[in-house]
Design a protein around this ligand. Structure first.
Ligand SMILES: NC(=O)C1=CN([C@@H]2O[C@H](COP(=O)(O)OP(=O)(O)OC[C@H]3O[C@@H](n4cnc5c(N)ncnc54)[C@H](O)[C@@H]3O)[C@@H](O)[C@H]2O)C=CC1
Ligand SMILES: O=C(O)C(=O)COP(=O)(O)O
Length: 348
């Protein structure tokens, strides 16, 4: 693989300091600038060969089109829905992520939300702070013996399954790519979504955000669920349709929701967050020391590998590292034939 010259990198979000240190140790000039407005980014992006982001920087086509020298967009994390991968690919810019660095953290937060939903922990804690001692109001239900539906059986879905099995939950799931025999080996019985919805006491979604996953849970699918089903979204806002979720909470069709992610972040629309049966976090799935250290280090090392002309190595398992792998190969090998990575993935 021919080395790629990367002399300057802009880090536009709070990324672990190891990222900067590794890049600088390898002779790359690093600028850290947070909370840049879109116009500012458009004006300055031409000065950089590389851009490192997390989820808050929206790397839109107009930013990419202004990026005359950009060779790489490094996502220190998993989801690349904030990057216009298609526009980047057309411009020959490699998009890389660090998909395994925050898996455990996102899985652990998902489990925390499932447990909090079952026992009303945040609401009870808030009530205590207000001086109350209300043991009746916060009566919960055991997770033991309940059915957890996991939609998206990739890295995080798998880790959630094993953790919740230890609480005695039955885990069922759906994934169009992960073979049923593979998920069965981790104790998850796969079935169609039609079969899955009516069986679940809890549903958690762990898919990327892409056209085929927008609104996976909507009015129609909520209606197919058990009355009182509880849902968790630690993946991306919009996989559970927010307006449909409000309606399902209002009618009691949904008994509670644990949300880490929102269509708009931070959300202006407050009806979900203010609902008494909703517990929420400000996109904290990857916000642990460990996950940030891994993601910051991984993205820097991947950039250095490219500068040194090394092949990209990483935790590549089947199609699940698809953004790193396919974007890398697409831009390096079939630069003349850019394809839409999301389409490619959703059809394979
Ligand atoms: N809240 C947070 O801070 C974090 C959120 N995430 C989100 O979690 C998502 C999942 O992450 P990983 O498990 O690492 O990704 P992954 O790529 O390992 O797994 C995603 C799985 O979803 C499956 N999938 C795709 N379309 C589907 C559909 N229509 N129905 C059911 N399954 C479908 C894929 O086949 C794949 O197995 C990321 O894309 C990201 O958006 C990831 C890390 C932290
Ligand atoms: O890695 C992901 O997909 C995440 O959602 C984590 O986002 P963050 O890096 O915390 O902005």
């Amino acid at each position: 693989m021919a080395p790629i010259s990367i002399k300057s990198v802009l880090i536009s979000e709070s990324v672990d300091p190891r990222c900067r240190a590794i890049l600088e140790e390898n002779g790359i000039r690093v600028t850290e600038k947070q909370n840049m407005k879109k116009d500012e980014l458009i004006a300055e992006i031409k000065d950089y060969d590389g851009l490192v982001v997390r989820s808050a920087t929206k790397v839109t086509a107009d930013i990419i089109n202004a990026a005359d020298n950009l060779k790489i967009i490094g996502r220190a994390g998993t989801g690349v829905d904030n990057v216009d991968v298609d526009a980047a690919t057309k411009k020959g810019i490699i998009v890389m992520n660090t998909p395994s660095g925050n898996t455990i953290s996102a899985a652990e937060l998902t489990c925390a939300l499932l447990m909090s939903l079952s026992r009303n922990v945040p609401q009870a804690a808030m009530s205590m702070k207000q001086g109350n001692w209300d043991r009746k109001k916060f009566m919960g239900a055991e997770l033991f013996g309940k059915v957890l539906g996991i939609v998206g059986l990739g890295r995080i879905g798998k880790e959630v399954a094993s953790r919740m099995q230890s609480f005695g939950m039955r885990t069922i799931g759906y994934d169009p790519i992960t073979p049923p025999e593979v998920s069965a080996s981790w104790g998850v019985e796969q079935m169609s979504l039609e079969q899955l919805w009516p069986q679940c006491d809890y549903i958690t979604v762990h898919t990327p955000l892409m056209p085929s996953t927008v609104g996976l849970l909507n009015d129609e699918t909520f209606a197919k669920c058990k009355k009182g089903v509880k849902v968790v979204n630690c993946a991306r806002g919009g996989i559970i349709d927010e307006a449909a979720l409000v309606r399902a909470l209002e009618s009691g069709q949904c008994g509670g929701a644990g949300l880490d992610v929102f269509v708009e972040e931070p959300p202006k629309e407050r009806s979900l967050i203010n609902h008494p049966n909703v517990i929420s976090c400000p996109h904290l799935g990857a916000s642990t020391k460990e996950a940030q250290a891994r993601c910051g280090e991984d993205i820097a090392l991947q950039i250095v590998d490219m500068v040194q002309g090394k092949k990209l190595v990483g935790a590549v398992s089947s199609t699940q590292n698809y953004f790193s792998v396919l974007c890398y190969y697409k831009t390096c090998i079939s630069k003349d034939k850019p394809q839409n990575i999301i389409q490619l993935f959703s059809t394979c």
